[in-house]
Design a protein around this ligand. Structure first.
Ligand code: ADP
Length: 453
């Protein structure tokens, strides 16, 4: 079964970090959430270090730091939710302040867990990675430098015992080890910043390129639609005149014409009808795509309405010796719908079902009204649609090979129009078909709440 979904046929919007104000807002929410996870991690690690590992670190101070982080993150959260940031600059400043405060808090945390003697001092990297991903220009390098200065100052103060120390091992740290640790930290922090910035800037360039290309594509599509609409409108009146003149000639002179000329005249009438049909379909398709049409929402008894639309095809069905059956439930359910638009959908499907069915067969229309959706299925026992064609029949002007062989007349614009309308109504189309066995087109539309009486 092939499914066309109104909602999913549009390309998904790419959300990349720090590309627009919108994405920065998303990312601010993201770092606030990360901070909650970090806080949770610290609160789990403290009792483990104390009870299981018995590390001689500064537990009361660590709880104080956790309380400060909790308070700050709550403030960030409420600012993020309720403060009306006026521009990108304000959001950027807000993010940078958070990251600098994070680095200062991390520096205290590292000091209270043993300073450079504890390999966990690399926790600075978390803030540095976030800053590299989020911030533009040279801000990631500024933050990396702040981290380097903080760790260096604390290490000097600890080494010279200007501040109390909480070493996790008994042995005093030698100057050479401290120097190597600091050196490794400097190298790693700047390389990480460089790599992340490089990667992210490539990422953003790609996003800009994709945006630019999709804008160009959109413009081309609009241009094409304009030409399409213009041509259809310009063609409509001369062809209508031509068709009515042919009608007049046929009426007045048909008895006086010899068979050959009468046949030529008849073919001219058929051909003109086909062009007229195509022009009308083109106008319909562009009108719906352009969204220039006003919706006409009416409340109707759904089964009765289906019946009224179906009756229009009585003559055509009779002419082709096809029985059209409506699978009524007689529930008298009322629905609200854009009647002219959905009538076009149903009419197109019934018309196709009759057109692509052999004489003597049956076309069945099944209306349904469920809790949240309603719609109808149009089933025929006709020529069917191959699997490959099922993905193409909604493209403009596409006509299946078997359809062309059976019916020379056709624009290939009926189903694109059906798709356009159903998409605009946020509905879905399902196609089930087997070559040579028949097809079922099902339309499912979301319910529009009934007017209050
Ligand atoms: P048209 O019928 O004018 O060719 P449509 O857009 O209505 O244009 O349909 C496109 C194609 O989809 C048809 O040419 C045909 O190949 C296929 N198709 C549509 N409805 C049916 C059907 N009920 N049975 C078999 N093929 C169908």
């Amino acid at each position: 079964m092939f499914k066309m979904n109104g909602k999913h046929s549009k390309p998904a919007k790419l959300i990349l970090p720090f590309y627009t104000i919108d994405t920065l807002r998303n990312r601010i929410g993201w770092i606030i959430n990360i901070r909650w996870i970090e806080l949770f991690g610290v609160l789990v690690a403290i009792p483990i270090s104390q009870r299981v590992l018995h590390l001689p670190i500064a537990y009361p101070q660590l709880y104080t730091i956790s309380a400060i982080v909790l308070g700050l993150n709550l403030i960030y959260f409420f600012l993020f939710r309720y403060y009306p940031f006026r521009n990108f600059q304000q959001e950027l400043t807000f993010t940078e302040i958070q990251l600098i405060l994070d680095l200062i808090i991390i520096s205290f945390l590292v000091h209270y867990i043993g300073g450079i003697s504890n390999p966990f001092f690399f926790i600075y990297m978390v803030a540095i990675i976030i800053s590299g991903v989020l911030l533009p220009l040279n801000l990631p390098y500024v933050n990396a430098t702040v981290a380097v200065i903080l760790l260096t100052i604390w290490t000097i103060l600890e080494y010279h015992r200007v501040v109390p120390v909480y070493p996790i091992s008994e042995e005093p740290l030698r100057l050479s080890v401290i120097t190597i640790s600091l050196g490794a930290f400097y190298i790693l922090i700047f390389i990480t910043t460089f790599v992340i910035k490089d990667f992210i800037s490539g990422y953003r360039q790609l996003k800009r390129l994709v945006d630019e290309k999709s804008r160009q594509l959109e413009n081309t599509m609009q241009e094409r639609d304009k030409i399409f609409r213009f041509t259809a409108h310009e063609l409509k009146s001369p062809i209508t005149t031509l068709r009515s003149m042919l009608g007049v000639i046929e009426e007045i002179y048909s008895s006086k014409l010899n068979d050959e000329v009468a046949d030529m005249l008849n073919r001219a009438v058929i051909r003109t009808d086909q062009i007229l049909l195509m022009v009308k379909d083109m106008i319909d398709v562009t009108q719906y795509r352009h969204g220039s049409r006003e919706k006409v929402i009416e409340e109707v008894n759904f089964e009765d309405w289906i019946e009224t639309v179906t009756t229009q095809f009585d003559d055509y069905a009779e002419q082709k010796n096809i029985t059209v059956v409506i699978n009524k439930q007689n529930k008298k359910e009322m629905v609200r719908l854009d009647t002219p638009a959905i009538e076009k959908v149903l009419a197109n499907l019934i018309n196709n079902a009759i057109r692509y069915s052999p004489p003597g067969s049956q076309v069945t229309i099944t209306p349904f009204v469920k809790r949240n959706v309603f719609g109808f299925a149009v089933q025929d026992a006709g020529i069917g649609i191959s699997k490959e064609d099922q993905t193409k029949i909604f493209e403009e002007f596409y006509r299946g090979k078997n359809a062309r062989e059976l019916e020379r007349l056709g624009s290939g614009l009926g189903l694109p129009l059906v798709k356009q309308i159903v998409e605009q109504c946020q509905g879905k189309i399902f196609v089930e078909s087997k070559l040579g066995k028949g097809s079922t087109f099902t339309i499912e539309l979301p319910k529009i709440p009934l007017a209050i009486e």
